[in-house]
Write a protein that binds this ligand. Structure first.
Ligand SMILES: *Cc1c(COP(=O)(O)O)cnc(C)c1O
Length: 488
């Protein structure tokens, strides 16, 4: 727990005299018990960080160049084969060996590299797809694109079972929780929620909203519940669903999905295995069929590298059967699979169909990002994330800093949650990082929010060798800590 936070005791750590700051009041919101019906929006430090420097002075944003006109003509969008996927898979390690890379990372206006655990940096072609002229959501060209998206999601999730069902619905990752709670559980059902950080509390809260009883199995901060603990919990009670956060974005803890699913199938074979993959799909390997998963839910803006606004799910045939066998009607209207299932099946068969209007522009952006990811074997995409992650984790250790996830097997590949040296708080570091062109996120886990920062390394920032993002972020972190008096 907190022991993993302490900076090695033998090391002399010098810090700038700590200054009481009004900003800390804002963090303390994390620490206060949540009143009923409080807005469920954790105040995160990145917001203040962007506008206030380490002395508490307001940073005036530099005048931005006039926004670029993205689409000037109404030519049909390029198809995937025309898009030149960036040379994704050049060895990421080369990045560190190449001292100076061109500052300009893309044709986008200059901006600090957004290295938070989602939204992430987007590729030019993905953003350009968003500028597609308006088209009918039941017109054949769009329906064809939607069909391709659903087929490509099967590839990304590594499922060839025709009974698996992809869903793409307007909304954010959170809508995936609502879909699971409203379609797969019924009021009064029991579910087991494995807790590795903030997001499990919210998923449990979502179940409770639908009258479903959520039991949380919690691990100390930076750890995950052991398989033995999960086994004991499953033997104690029959659970309709078990949920696990693949990567908890508040702690950077990675869960062991394959072993966990094997365990559930052995000990409690009727329990459906639901994976919150919002911060893992794209950056972590997921083998939907081989691992016998029932739901993997995600969003567009993290490892998939598409602007926010889409809730994306892969659902097993077994889970669809569970849905069809409900005794009560789904407890959501917009999120009901009764409404969406035929629509998704029609789209995949490239047949126009309507329940509620999808966003053609977002779906086109998703189509572009999926085609880029799948332009090579997915294993290579995961390997690129692993290599970048190893590089970040080594740099963090070389700086004498600790991660929340102290054990290598618990560490995510798409992000790193880093304890700051004792006496240094996020508001002293994040603003100076912004000045250097790097945006990190502050802490999110309510018990320790003021003690750590989060570094997201997903998507084009790690796969596009033209982008200096990761190397620059590591150097900037070193410099920023030096500026506030940290000596390693
Ligand atoms: C970001 C995130 C969510 C919530 O997704 P939104 O798109 O913000 O609604 C849920 N779970 C995890 C693990 C996440 O990282």
């Amino acid at each position: 727990m907190l022991s993993s936070y302490c900076v090695a005791r033998s090391r002399v750590v010098t810090v700038a005299p700590s200054r009481p700051t009004a900003r800390l009041e804002q963090f303390s919101r994390h620490l206060e018990p949540k009143p009923f019906l409080e807005l469920n929006t954790p105040f995160s430090t990145e917001r203040s960080a962007r506008f206030v420097d380490e002395q508490g002075n307001v940073i005036r944003p530099k005048k931005q160049p006039a926004p670029q006109k993205i689409v000037e003509e109404t030519k049909p969008q390029k198809v995937a084969s025309d898009l030149k996927p960036h040379k994704i898979f050049e060895d990421i390690k080369n990045l560190s060996e190449t001292p100076e890379r061109p500052r300009k990372m893309s044709s986008q206006p200059e901006h600090p590299a957004l290295l938070i655990p989602g939204p992430i940096e987007f590729d030019d072609a993905v953003l350009q797809a968003m500028g597609h002229f308006s088209e009918s959501h039941v017109g054949q060209p769009f329906v064809n694109v939607f069909g391709d998206v659903l087929a490509n999601l099967r590839k990304l999730f590594q499922t060839t079972d025709p009974a698996s069902q992809p869903f793409v619905i307007s909304g954010s990752g959170t809508l995936g929780w609502d879909q699971v709670a409203a379609n797969l559980s019924e009021p009064g059902d029991e579910v087991l929620v494995l807790h590795t950080g903030y997001f499990a509390d919210s998923f449990a809260d979502c179940f409770e909203t639908y009258g479903v009883k959520a039991t949380q199995l919690k691990a100390p901060i930076g750890e995950r519940p052991s398989l033995e603990e999960v086994e004991a919990a499953l033997k104690e009670k029959k659970y309709k669903l078990l949920t696990v956060t693949h990567v908890d974005t508040s702690t950077g803890v990675l869960s062991e999905i394959q072993a966990l699913s094997e365990l559930v199938h052995r000990v409690s074979p009727d329990t459906l295995v639901v994976v919150d993959g919002v911060c893992s799909v794209g950056s972590e390997e997921i083998r939907f069929d081989d691992w016998k998963l029932d739901v993997v839910l995600t969003a567009s803006q993290k490892g998939i590298g598409c602007p926010a606004g889409l809730s994306i799910l892969m659902v097993s045939g077994r889970a669809i059967e569970t849905f069809k066998a409900r005794k009560t009607r789904p407890t959501s209207y917009f999120g009901s699979w009764k409404n969406w299932l035929p629509i998704m099946q029609n789209y995949e068969a490239k047949k126009p169909s309507y329940f509620a209007t999808p966003s053609p522009q977002l779906v086109r952006a998703l189509d572009t990002s999926l085609k880029q990811i799948l332009s090579k074997p997915v294993e290579e995409y995961f390997a690129a994330h692993k290599a970048a992650s190893q590089k970040v984790k080594k740099a963090v250790a070389d700086l004498g800093l600790k991660q929340l996830a102290s054990k290598p097997e618990n560490q995510a590949n798409g992000m790193t949650a880093i304890y700051l040296p004792e006496g240094i708080a996020p508001p002293q570091v994040l603003p100076s990082l912004v000045k250097k062109g790097v945006i990190f996120a502050g802490g999110l886990h309510k018990e320790i929010a003021t003690k750590y920062i989060r570094f997201g390394h997903m998507g084009v920032s790690v796969t596009d060798p033209k982008r200096p993002d990761i190397t620059k972020a590591i150097e900037s972190l070193k410099e920023s800590l030096g500026e506030v008096g940290y000596k390693n």
